[in-house]
Design a protein around this ligand. Structure first.
Ligand code: HEM
Length: 514
């Protein structure tokens, strides 16, 4: 009862303050934006779905910075690469926190560094991942990534499951192998299942604008028996899933490391080796959560990019043929392309870049938060503002990308300087930049080059022999998946199929795995 009274008093004080602060005119100029109502600000017009389309309209109406408020919470959209880089990179010291996501914290994600402000936990966990995925160390994983790309190609030619199913399995295998040193040999592997289940929870718990407790954190103190507090029970059940998904794979990896059966190198083993196998509990906790974040950060993003690659290849046979010609002339037909061939395959890299641009996996990046008041180009940016890089808008700016809705790898003219305009945006900014950028690009390239070298991706045909072109929608939400689609995958030649069958024997023997 006392808790409820405190909550109600605090809630009223909060509303009073919001009314006051909204009605009293401010001297400093905020960035432009749609008109705000007292107290609720822009709640009524704040888009619930496909936010990037509405944000993009606002970008055209108001410019590089758009100011919004939701129940007094300032939100600033950054609509151009210049604005995003000026703030998130040049002023990285003040623009690198994350906005608090109370529902995600309640659900057990309070130690996950992708959601942490730039505190000691974040620093330590980011260091663990960044060190392990440093570009100079990545060649040690190339053979494995290429082996999995070949297994992916072979599996879809042999039609062992849907494209989405096979992509999730092979990509999950890559990420779990490098994180925990475990090879996933079956679909129902418990580590893979836990990773998938916990990511589904993450996507729901961290979805912006869905949970009232994110806007009114005081609600988290309400007693769980009060009507309307179902979110507390939901969070409690999710917490158990998340805790298990972080600790079980870490402890399994540690046991295998101690028994000498773990696949090396891997991120957990590197941390254990540095501590001579004896990590204190508080550091073990950091490694377990860093490893979970790494798995979560790498899996869905790579699956989305891979599915989008298949989709665009099916829809654009002439682009597929041009890439195959490049591979045949550079690599030949007697071997399969490797990640190191990337430098000599600029058209294949252009395809990967165009996949990232046309349908970015994370259309609005991951929001940053401003930790102090700031002035940018004469405009006041209030402390605590949520900074949303409107990456989708930047990647579809017709002044930079002519005919932006068209899949057109030729727009990069095979030049890295032009491709970087995309890759500098899709992996985030400043201190929070994706630590898996080079590794993730390597995965998507290995898959694209292997598939193009060995397969034709064509539409299914109906009973009358006509191509069935699917009507694809990309989902709303922080991660944007293409809707399910079907395509036919045929080997380019018996020789190509033979190379695949031969190459996959490089994948570790099941006797080696924990
Ligand atoms: C196509 C693949 C990928 C894309 C498009 C992508 C994109 C992103 C983006 C946009 C961010 C947010 C950056 C920011 O806040 O400014 C991010 C963060 C992150 N990514 Fe990736 N990513 C990919 C692959 C990976 C891989 C393979 C890993 C690890 C194996 C990974 C691990 C992470 C982690 C741990 C963070 C959190 C960084 C932080 O908060 O400081 N990502 N990624």
């Amino acid at each position: 009862m006392v808790t409820t009274r405190i909550a109600i008093t605090a809630f009223s004080a909060c509303v009073g303050w919001l009314v006051f602060s909204t009605l009293v005119p401010r001297k400093t100029k905020r960035p432009p934006g749609p008109r705000r109502l007292p107290v609720i600000g822009n709640v009524l017009e704040f888009p619930q779905n496909f936010q990037w389309f509405t944000f993009s309209k606002w970008a055209k109406a108001y410019g590089d910075l758009v100011y919004l408020e939701v129940f007094g919470q300032p939100i600033i959209l950054l609509n151009s690469p210049k604005a995003a880089k000026d703030l998130l990179e040049q002023r990285s010291a003040i623009c690198s926190d994350r906005p608090p996501l109370e529902m995600a914290y309640l659900s057990g994600f309070d130690k996950v560094f992708v959601l942490s402000p730039c505190n000691d936990n974040w620093r330590l966990q980011k260091k663990i991942v960044t060190q392990d995925l440093a570009p100079r160390l990545l060649p040690r994983y190339h053979a494995f990534q290429e082996g999995e790309a070949r297994l992916l190609a072979k599996s879809i030619i042999e039609d062992v499951g849907t494209l989405e199913h096979v992509a999730k399995l092979r990509i999950g295998t890559i990420i779990i192998r490098i994180t925990y040193g475990r090879y996933i040999s079956a679909d129902d592997d418990p580590v893979l299942a836990m990773a998938k289940a916990s990511m589904d929870v993450f996507t729901r718990a961290a979805e912006p604008g869905v949970w009232l407790v994110d806007s009114l954190p005081i609600l988290k103190y309400l007693p769980a028996w009060l009507p309307g507090t179902d979110f507390l029970a939901t969070a409690k059940s999710w917490r158990e899933i998340i805790h298990k998904a972080a600790w079980d794979p870490y402890l399994g990896s540690k046991r295998a490391y101690e028994a000498g059966s773990v696949l090396l190198p891997n991120t957990c083993a590197t941390a254990l080796e540095e501590a001579d196998g004896k990590l204190p509990r508080n550091l073990e906790e950091q490694v377990a959560w860093a490893a979970w974040t790494m798995t979560a950060g790498g899996m869905h993003t790579t699956v989305i990019s891979t599915l989008n690659f298949f989709l665009e290849m099916m829809l654009n046979p002439e682009i597929q043929a041009k890439a195959q010609k490049e591979i045949d002339s550079v690599v030949g037909r007697d071997r399969l392309p490797t990640i190191s061939d990337g430098a000599s395959l600029p058209y294949v890299r252009s395809i990967v870049t165009e996949v990232f641009r046309l349908n970015p996996a994370i259309p609005l990046g991951i929001p940053h938060a401003l930790n102090t008041d700031d002035i940018y180009e004469g405009m006041h940016l209030p402390k605590g503002s949520i900074l949303i890089p409107n990456v989708w808008h930047m990647l579809h700016d017709p002044d930079v990308f002519t005919n932006p809705m068209k899949f057109d790898p030729d727009r990069y003219q095979n030049l890295d300087s032009k491709m970087n305009k995309v890759t500098d945006l899709v992996f985030g900014f400043g201190r929070r930049v994706c630590p898996g950028k080079a590794f993730g690009e390597g995965n998507v390239f290995a898959i694209a080059a292997t598939i193009l070298a060995t397969c034709y991706i064509v539409p299914k045909v109906d009973d009358n022999g006509n191509d069935v072109i699917p009507d694809i929608v990309h989902s709303s939400g922080s991660l944007s998946f293409p809707s399910s689609f079907d395509c036919s995958i045929k080997p380019r030649s018996a020789q190509a199929y033979g190379l695949l069958s031969h190459a996959v024997v490089d994948v570790p023997d099941s006797s080696l795995v924990n």
